[in-house]
Design a protein around this ligand. Structure first.
Ligand code: ADP
Ligand code: MG
Length: 650
């Protein structure tokens, strides 16, 4: 004797009810052979659906054994059960259980996606099945555009998609009018004649009358099992062919990923406003992270520009002990010889003495309050000043105490407002006539005040204008590649040696720059911390909405599981949705930050937000990570749903 296809032995299924349990099925012994057409009949609540779910590997018995084709189903894992459903079972439910967002042909193809069939083969077979069931002109209709009878025929096509060796139909005619019901029963009988094993659950004796064998169940136990004399069993010579066109594992995974992606996009599109609101937290978080970093970089760049070009360090040596030292005016030890001594040092790029006095400058009938500055020829290089017209004075001008002057942009404007070149003209500084030899380019981001500046050779200024020879300060530009701290120490050592005491101090803006950079980094960190909090809040929002989404789509999950979806397929679908929501939010946030940068650029010429590639990557990485992190729990709870519980949900 052949071993039966399905064999239940002393099977029991209990459900928790209040304090204890109730047995929905007990002492079930049932064997069904391949090719049979069996009706399971009984009153409502007698346990028919429970039995059906166990037969279809959607549910497990509490006790007893279920052998399917000789395999002990009780020993199988969730994914093995999914594989059994995928390969051997086709379900037809009373309420059709089609996915509302998919067309007839897409609903039909669903099981083949999870079993990894190639798209063209899948499509061809789904079309053939629907055509055979009289739905040739309804391939691209959605369930809502189909009648009940048509929907049930789509469900039958879906059951046959992967072969459907065993078709389990739970009240397949329960929701249909008499004519459609007849049609569905005719199709099921036909399929049985072709070799499919068909098991129909019904409370309706007239439906059961179509079967060759009627199993009666009452209060969870089988009370009768008889041959239906009016329906002789037809010889089923062949088993239905299941399509063996599976393609490579990789391509099958890609196809399942594609399906998950498509479903995620559909779900997002179905709730556009909600999806957008969910994204809002991510949008705000990402745009603030990127903006804060860009603002920080912009602020830093501006500070750098003000202090001097990156890489050149200029220090000032002042008499006294610190800014505002009242005795500094009496200290006369800082002299030009110090500057000359420093000029010979290897760590010095250029150096200049500096002495100034305020006076009135005059050219013909124009006068201006100006600052006359006695400087060495190294001054312009040390301060990064460039000539615009004429020339700068050199060593010989200083030696010969030439009465030559270089005007800065402000002095030129004050004394020579028209376009005429000042070069060669003579101006009066107080009572001293000097010839203009050069004009400087406007300073970029410098610290000089609004007073016009006129530069003279140091000795000319000291003897003719100021009348003293000790300096206001010495400017030292440190040679490239010399660390500023080392240069500062060397300058200090040299001057202490010359003065024998430390009656001067060194102002090194590099320290200031470093302090600014540090302050900036602190602020950026603080801003980023706030932005991260926004991101976490956004992530929690995503998690919340994903929970809602899973809850709303529980039935869809059940349908997919019945069609053979693995837990990983369901997990993947919801993870993709969460990541997509976050990634889209991240991209919008990034665009928003860039738009802000554009506005800042339009409004201000001096200050710019500086966006860097790493911050873009950070934005993408952040939003993806949030999607994965906060999407995981909801997705896992979806994947772990019990198929029976999920299917029962409305
Ligand atoms: P039928 O399909 O014959 O109408 P069911 O198999 O659906 O009956 O249910 C049989 C019994 O088991 C009923 O008393 C029902 O209340 C109970 N039952 C079914 N499913 C569950 C469940 N998930 N939890 C608790 N009780 C259940
Ligand atoms: Mg039922």
């Amino acid at each position: 004797m052949d071993s039966p296809l399905l064999q239940l032995t002393d099977l029991r299924r209990e459900f928790p009810a209040g304090e204890g349990t109730i047995a929905a099925l007990r002492n079930i012994d049932l064997r069904i052979d391949a090719g049979e057409l069996v009706a399971i009949v009984g009153a409502s609540g007698s346990g028919k659906s429970t039995l059906m779910n166990i037969l279809g590997c959607l549910d497990r018995p509490t006790e007893g054994r279920y052998l399917f084709a000789g395999r002990d189903v009780g020993a199988l894992e969730a994914n093995d059960l999914a594989a059994l459903r995928r390969e051997h079972f086709g379900f037809v439910f009373q309420r059709y259980h089609l996915l509302a967002d998919l067309t007839a042909i897409e609903n039909t193809s669903l099981p083949a996606i999870y079993s990894g069939h190639a798209p063209t083969a899948r499509h061809k077979r789904a079309r053939a099945l629907l055509e055979r069931l009289g739905l040739a002109d309804r391939l691209h209709h959605r369930p809502s555009q189909l009648s009940g009878g048509q929907q049930q025929r789509v469900a039958i096509a879906r059951a046959l998609m992967n072969g459907g060796g065993v078709i389990l139909a739970d009240e397949p005619t329960g929701a249909l009018d008499a004519a459609s019901g007849e049609e569905v029963m005719r199709i099921l009988r036909e399929l049985n004649a072709e070799g499919h094993t068909v098991i129909i659950v019904t409370h309706d004796m007239s439906v059961a009358a179509h079967a060759q064998r009627i199993v009666e169940i009452s209060d969870g136990a089988i009370v009768a099992d008889r041959r239906n004399s009016s329906r002789s069993r037809r010889a089923s010579s062949h088993q239905p062919a299941s399509p063996q066109v599976a393609h490579s594992r990789l391509r099958a995974s890609v196809a399942r990923f594609g399906e998950a992606l498509r479903m995620a996009l559909l779900a997002m599109a179905a709730h556009r406003l909600r999806t957008f609101l969910t994204m809002l937290g991510i949008i705000i978080g990402i745009s603030s992270v990127v903006s804060v970093v860009a603002l920080g970089k912009g602020a830093q760049a501006r500070v750098m520009a003000q202090i001097g070009e990156l890489g050149t360090i200029t220090m000032d040596v002042f008499p006294g002990s610190w800014f505002g030292d009242s005795r500094a005016a009496q200290i006369q030890t800082l002299v030009e010889a110090d500057a000359r001594a420093l000029a010979g040092q290897a760590y010095v790029d250029s150096v200049s003495a500096n002495l100034s006095t305020d006076l009135t400058a005059r050219y013909r009938n124009r006068t201006a309050d100006a600052q006359a500055r006695g400087v060495g020829p190294g001054y312009f290089r040390a301060r990064g000043l460039r000539v615009a017209q004429g020339a700068l004075f050199d060593e010989s001008a200083d030696r010969e105490m030439r009465q030559a002057a270089v005007l800065d942009e402000k002095a030129r404007k004050a004394l020579f407002p028209d376009e005429r070149s000042p070069i060669g003209e003579t101006i009066l500084l107080g009572a001293v006539p000097v010839r203009v030899v050069g004009v400087l380019q406007p300073e970029t981001g410098g610290f000089s005040g609004p007073t016009p500046g006129i530069y003279l050779p140091y000795r000319t200024a000291a003897t003719r204008l100021v009348g003293k020879s000790h300096l206001e300060n010495i400017i030292v530009r440190v040679a490239a590649d010399v660390p500023s701290a080392a240069a500062e120490q060397a300058v200090e050592r040299l001057l202490v040696q010359r003065h024998r005491i430390k009656d001067f101090y060194i102002h090194n803006p590099d320290q200031f720059r470093r302090a600014m950079t540090q302050a900036n980094a602190t602020l950026t960190l603080l801003g980023s911390a706030i932005a991260v909090i926004a991101l976490v809040v956004g992530g929690i929002g995503v998690m919340n909405i994903m929970m809602v989404s899973v809850n709303e789509r529980t039935r869809e999950i059940g349908i997919r599981m019945a069609a053979g979806a693995r837990q990983s397929d369901i997990l993947q679908q919801f993870m993709i949705e969460a990541v997509l929501v976050c990634l889209t939010g991240g991209i919008i946030g990034l665009a928003l930050a860039l738009a802000l940068g554009l506005v800042v650029a339009l409004l201000s010429t001096e200050f710019q937000m500086i966006f860097s590639l790493p911050s873009f990557f950070l934005a993408f990485a952040c939003s993806t990570a949030i999607g994965i992190l906060f999407g995981f729990l909801p997705a896992r709870s979806a994947a772990r749903l019990d198929p029976v519980v999920a299917l029962a949900r409305d």
